[in-house]
Design a protein around this ligand. Structure first.
Ligand code: NAP
Length: 321
């Protein structure tokens, strides 16, 4: 089979399409024939060699695929050969490949209404959005959430999930196309995070109360101003960050506010079980429908790594195997 292989840390071009042996499933493992693989920003940080967690070289990037179960090892009870599935991780074999090996707990049913391309948009983005909103953020129906960076993979997921949960949703994007997308995903209000003073509209949009929750995709740009937007007992959940920022802690103190961090690498097996049970129901009943903005062939993984860091996000970028 073919797979993208990284043999040294560096720019996107270190990702090469190579012929590699097809793995075979051991006990509790599932071999998935990949149709589409999701491209997440973290995979660019890892490839560059700048991320705190690094796999051993050589490796195949990625964790999110959708495809069909090709073979199962002993003791696999959750899926059978021929099932349509999506994954939230692999057993170390990576996602940018024609096939990948997963532990059975990493594999979930993909309903017929969801395409393989959309299935590849689920793993990291929807797990992150669900964990940020509900496990870390304690989001409740009737609350107002600002999804700060709502046009990308995690943001569109957060908007859909929050709207389906009965929340009032304000979403931001940096382009007109992105703003339109965020509105289509269910945001009641949209704001352009490249417009000067865009956050000055938030008090009026919340009747002067402020937002209960901020799901923050670029904390180094926004965290201090997020604190100004919070209602009493408000929470900021830091999902994305690419640098340092100075904040005024008095703003946290004066509102009994919480600033919460989260990274999916810390999620435990039980959290994944809960998250994907909830997502399974939401996929079946149509409450969530992933948005795929761009599809590229597997060989163009380097181009996808450039694109995923460019401004003007529009849902998810996926690689087609
Ligand atoms: P993505 O698809 O590339 O989307 C990036 C989002 O950030 C877009 O909506 C983009 O909007 C927005 N953005 C750009 N400038 C912004 C600003 N000044 N203020 C607010 N938002 C801004 O990436 P993603 O997959 O959604 O991930 C988003 C971030 O979360 C990334 O930094 C990623 O590394 C991180 N992340 C963390 C975890 C975790 O476990 N903590 C998990 C997944 C992702 P425009 O392009 O429209 O300007």
């Amino acid at each position: 089979m073919k797979a993208i292989v990284v043999r040294e840390w560096g720019p996107p071009e270190v990702m090469k399409l190579e012929e590699v042996p097809t793995p075979s499933p051991g006990p509790g493992q599932v071999l998935v024939r990949v149709t589409a693989a999701g491209v997440n920003p973290v995979e660019t940080y890892v490839r560059a060699g700048t991320y705190v967690r690094k796999p051993n070289l050589p490796y195949t990037p990625g964790s999110d695929v959708a495809g069909v179960v090709e073979a199962v090892g002993p003791n696999v009870t959750r899926v059978r050969r021929g099932d349509r599935v999506y994954t939230h991780g692999t057993a170390g074999t990576g996602a940018y490949a024609e096939a990948t090996l997963c532990e059975q707990a990493q594999v979930h049913a993909l309903p017929a209404r969801v395409s393989f391309q959309q299935g590849a948009a689920l793993g990291v983005p929807y797990s992150t959005a669900w964990r940020a909103l509900f496990l870390r953020g304690r989001a409740r129906p009737g609350e107002t959430v600002l999804v700060h960076g709502a046009s990308g993979g995690v943001g569109t997921a957060a908007v859909q999930l929050a709207r389906a949960h009965g929340m009032r949703v304000i979403g931001t994007a940096g382009t007109e196309r992105g703003l339109q997308l965020v509105r289509e995903q269910g945001a009641h209000e949209v704001l352009n995070h490249r417009a000067p003073d865009y956050l000055s509209q938030v008090p009026a949009l919340t009747g002067g109360r402020g937002v209960d929750l901020v799901v923050e995709m670029l904390a180094n740009a926004n965290l201090d101003r997020d604190l100004d937007l919070l209602a009493l007992d408000g929470r900021v959940i830091v999902v994305g960050n690419r640098g340092r920022i100075e904040i005024d802690p008095r703003k946290i103190m004066s509102k009994d506010a919480d600033v919460l961090g989260m990274t999916m690498f810390n999620a435990e097996a039980e959290e994944y079980r809960v998250i994907h049970a909830a997502l399974g129901a939401a996929l079946e009943n149509g409450a969530v429908t992933p948005v795929v903005g761009r599809e590229l062939p597997l060989a163009e993984a380097p181009k996808a790594h450039v694109a995923v860091l460019e401004p003007g996000a529009y849902g998810k970028i996926v690689l087609i195997a």
